[in-house]
Design a protein around this ligand. Structure first.
Ligand code: RNT
Ligand code: ZN
Length: 471
């Protein structure tokens, strides 16, 4: 049951706010003395009232706002900034990267989706419906990220090298109706031509050409999305090419890959419609010893060719972090695409949570004022839990991390750093962890008309009962 504060309760909350305006620091001390953990404040009449403990979301936000203001942080502008950041949410969480080509269902390419939770989407309309249900629980305006295997071909087998914008018109119409931008990916896996683990860097020119044609077709499809929706589509190339064991020749496949990529990007497309990105990787299942498209390969490629560089948080050594790379690579490339993922021991693509690394990534984006140069994409897939919930948990986690970063007292931290006050810097960073972030986040959810943290799962459960659980 949700209790609303009565008039007299809100009156009682008032003096606390007024005190905060007088002197935020002494107010904090007084609060600390007045309220012991687990012990509510005494009401003026004496005795404890449950309503003393329960502040409405608005009151909680007002108090939180004062606390942040005491550190020089403006919550309202943080929320304003957050609402302008779109996430590119990946379609493949909804159906375990199966797509609708009707192949064997094997993902391949070193990707592994584990789990058998019921209710995966089996058709474009189910996937759209499930995503809409997730979207209604994610605050803000976002984008949808498709792969080529999600083409709608009316049961006809269309070669991947022959895909056309018309095979995605269902997606495009839906995106237009829902006011969603679309992003896109050629699919270089789950296909007989990729069965030996090589695509664009294959030694067979015929196979290479097939994949070049596929990628070219995808760029045109991306451009058709951008044109139709009035927002450029980011088309991201990731290939699985690599060797399980020690290669005898690392050089030649990389030289072939440069040539193939140059052929892919040779057709000029309007950047208002399509933007190209390339994604690197350290290793995959079955490509443990050598990946053609490594980080150094693509950093050089993106810098010299002017494409966007994509960094996937799961694509590096477990102790190597993307957060530390952002400010380096943005010196050499214009734009970055992030694939936000959570690797556990390996590139396991676990659902994103507000982990230390996620917070560091978000802080880097905000501190560096990089938001206009960085596209935030999500890339995880978990078939062991409710898939709609997976989308919601991951997307909300990304937004929470961004909000935490936006609520950082960055000027104060920088000043301390410049003054050599590393003790103060460390103490303030730690202090931020106990600030009333939850109240600000809840307020944001309320503002954007989506359920708060404690409430969204009920809606997913209801959807499961009536829809996904019946599949
Ligand atoms: C694979 C890459 C790639 C894929 C998607 C499905 O390791 O991360 O981005 O996850 O294209
Ligand atoms: Zn990725």
């Amino acid at each position: 049951m949700r209790l609303r504060a009565t008039r007299s309760d809100s009156k009682r909350a008032e003096p606390r706010l007024r005190r905060a305006r007088e002197n935020p620091l002494s107010r904090l001390d007084r609060d600390r003395g007045a309220r012991q953990p687990g012990r509510p404040a005494e009401s003026p009449q004496g005795g404890w009232s449950i309503l003393d403990c329960i502040l409405s979301a608005q009151q909680a936000y007002a108090l939180a706002r004062e606390r942040y203001a005491g550190l020089g942080v403006d919550c309202d502008s943080a929320l304003q900034a957050l609402s302008s950041i779109p996430l590119s949410i990946h379609c493949w969480q909804g159906d375990d990267i199966r797509g609708f080509e009707g192949g064997t269902g094997e993902v391949g390419g070193g990707l592994a989706v584990t789990g058998n939770y019921p209710g995966q989407a089996r058709s474009p309309s189910e996937l759209r419906m499930d995503f809409e249900s997730a979207l209604s629980l994610i605050p803000g305006r976002h984008r949808f990220n498709l792969h080529a295997i999600y083409a709608e071909t009316d049961g006809r087998r269309i070669g991947r090298d022959e895909l056309q914008p018309e095979h995605f018109s269902g997606w495009c119409d839906w995106a237009r109706d829902r006011n969603l931008g679309l992003d896109f990916n050629p699919t270089f896996f789950a296909h007989p031509m990729a069965a030996d683990g090589f695509t664009l860097a294959h030694s067979d020119p015929g196979i290479r050409q097939f994949w070049v044609e596929h990628a070219k077709a995808c760029r045109r499809i991306g451009a058709s999305f951008g044109k139709a929706l009035g927002t450029p589509c980011l088309t991201n190339v990731w290939i699985p090419d690599g060797y399980k064991d020690l290669p005898a020749d690392r050089r030649t496949p990389r030289e072939r890959l440069v040539e193939a990529l140059d052929a892919v990007f040779s057709e000029p497309l309007d950047p208002q419609h399509n933007i190209d990105a390339v994604e690197c990787k350290l290793f995959g299942l079955g490509s443990e010893c050598y990946v053609v498209g490594s980080h150094e390969f693509y950093l050089g490629y993106a810098a010299s060719r002017g494409t966007v560089l994509c960094l996937d948080a799961g694509h590096f050594h477990p102790t190597e972090v993307v957060s530390d790379k952002i400010s380096s690579v943005l010196l050499w490339v214009d734009r970055l695409l992030l694939h936000v993922s959570r690797g556990v021991r390996w590139d396991s693509d676990h659902v994103v949570l507000v982990s230390d690394e996620l917070r560091e990534i978000a802080k880097e984006l905000v501190r560096g004022r990089y938001m206009s140069r960085v596209h935030i994409g999500l890339d995880f897939f978990d078939a062991s839990i409710n898939r709609v919930a997976a989308w919601v948990i991951g997307a909300r986690a990304m937004l929470k991390a961004l909000l935490m970063a936006l609520l950082e007292p960055s000027a104060g931290l920088r000043r301390m750093e410049q003054d050599g006050d590393f003790t103060g810097r460390l103490a303030l960073l730690e202090q931020m962890l106990t600030m009333p972030f939850g109240a600000v986040w809840d307020h944001y959810c309320e503002m954007r008309g989506v359920p708060q943290e404690s409430a969204w799962l009920d809606q997913v459960r209801a959807y499961e009962e009536s829809v996904t659980g019946r599949r």
